[in-house]
Design a protein around this ligand. Structure first.
Ligand code: NIG
Ligand code: FE
Length: 389
């Protein structure tokens, strides 16, 4: 197996819990080196002690971080909703109803069109340092279109999520649609999915419906996650905690009871600040969650409606500027805790045995991700040990 040593790393973010005593939350190592063997990390430590390897890369004093783990995206879609965004920026509110516009365009697209569109977006993410991405269905909303959306997503990631319960499509009652989602649609989707998700919100699905859908998913071997408390206070976050889901996403409108439930259950709150940016909503208060002991992840929610960014660096910058996270907390949330939100511990951490998913920044430290917002800082990406950027 080929080995590669990266030396001259001015600042290495390991996220390794064994290194937090000296290296803080991010387990920082200065003047570091990393050895990659095949698809895994073989060695991490001071550059002066690095073993030899087949290939040598000099980072030139720059920073290396784990690849971003984007635990929430909706990449399988067709069409464009820039007009809806434009209207929002002149005062229209965001509503879940816009989803139906994308459903019509997605149903009309061929498998090839959907596949090439997802390929383009995944490449766009990779070029910005994302090495693990979760992809949801949710713009098909028929048995055929949900199954093929997931089959397309599966070509790009193992972290696929069945979101047939995104909104109730036109032409069917909510009761009949929940029956469809928990019956034939779930049966067609489950072979292509690891997760099941529900948009639990006014105008989408209520807590009882979400409970029914998550239970059916669990019976089919899918793990649950939820979109909750995005537009209103509601019971979604508490349902996620009651069911001990690994993550609940959005968490924009939280009562004290919601925060308490999150800290008691250990369910990760995945915040999606690109959504607040793109919908002009108030940002969730990450500090309040962190101070209460809640684990916080950051993800892009890349989708054509509420937030069409694929940039985890933008999410980090927003989290630092608008949500009172420190640069270290935000990067940790976009890597190690993002991995936790997918039930993974093999990515998001740079330590021996972990996936060799690394990003070389054109910057001396991770702080530049928030300090230099909007600047492309990714100088190189290795995914499973292979240089891909
Ligand atoms: O995560 N909240 C529900 N779903 C997406 C938005 C979907 C859309 O507007 O197309 C989200 O924000
Ligand atoms: Fe979403």
């Amino acid at each position: 197996m080929t080995t590669t040593v990266i030396t001259g790393i001015g600042e290495l973010v390991t996220n390794d819990p064994a290194r937090t005593e000296q290296g803080g939350l991010l387990g920082l190592v200065h003047d570091a080196a990393v050895v990659v063997e095949g698809s895994r990390i073989a060695w991490v430590g001071p550059a002066a002690e690095a073993p030899a390897a087949d290939v040598h890369v000099d980072a030139g004093g720059r920073a290396v971080i784990p690849g971003f783990v984007d635990s929430h995206s909706h990449l399988v879609f067709a069409g464009d909703r820039s007009g809806e965004f434009e209207a929002r920026m002149t005062g229209e509110p965001y509503s879940a109803g816009g989803i139906r516009t994308t459903v019509a365009a997605t149903r009309a697209a061929s498998d090839e069109q959907l596949t090439s569109h997802v390929a383009r977006l995944v490449a766009e993410m990779r070029a910005q340092g994302t090495t693990t991405v979760e992809i949801k269905s949710g713009y098909g909303l028929s048995v055929h279109d949900e199954a093929r959306s997931l089959a397309v997503a599966r070509q790009f990631t193992d972290e696929t999520t069945f979101l047939g319960a995104h909104v109730v499509p036109s032409g069917i009652t909510p009761e009949d649609y929940v029956d469809l989602v928990t019956g034939p649609m779930l049966a067609a989707a489950a072979p292509h999915a690891r997760w099941i998700d529900v948009f639990c919100e006014d105008g989408a699905f209520d807590v009882d419906q979400a409970r029914t859908i998550l239970a059916a998913g669990s019976d089919s071997g899918l793990r649950g996650r939820l979109h909750a408390n995005q537009l209103t206070y509601g019971g979604g976050v508490r349902l996620a905690c009651e069911l001990s889901l690994v993550a609940v996403d959005h968490c924009t409108f939280l009562s004290d009871l919601d925060v308490e439930s999150l800290s008691d259950s250990g369910t990760i709150a995945t915040l999606l600040p690109g959504v607040e940016f793109s919908t002009r909503q108030p940002y969730p208060d990450a500090r309040r969650l962190l101070d209460a002991g809640v684990r916080v992840a950051l993800a892009s929610d890349c989708n054509p409606g509420s937030c069409f960014t694929s940039s985890m660096a933008l999410c980090i910058a927003l989290a630092v500027r608008e949500m009172r996270m420190s640069p270290a907390e935000a990067l940790h949330a976009a890597t190690a805790t993002g991995a936790g939100a997918l039930g993974r511990d093999d990515v998001g951490v740079l330590a021996p045995g972990k996936a060799a998913d690394l990003v070389l920044l054109d910057a001396p430290s991770h702080v530049h991700l928030a300090y230099r917002p909007g600047v492309p800082l990714v100088a190189g990406v290795w995914q499973a040990g292979r240089p891909v950027v």
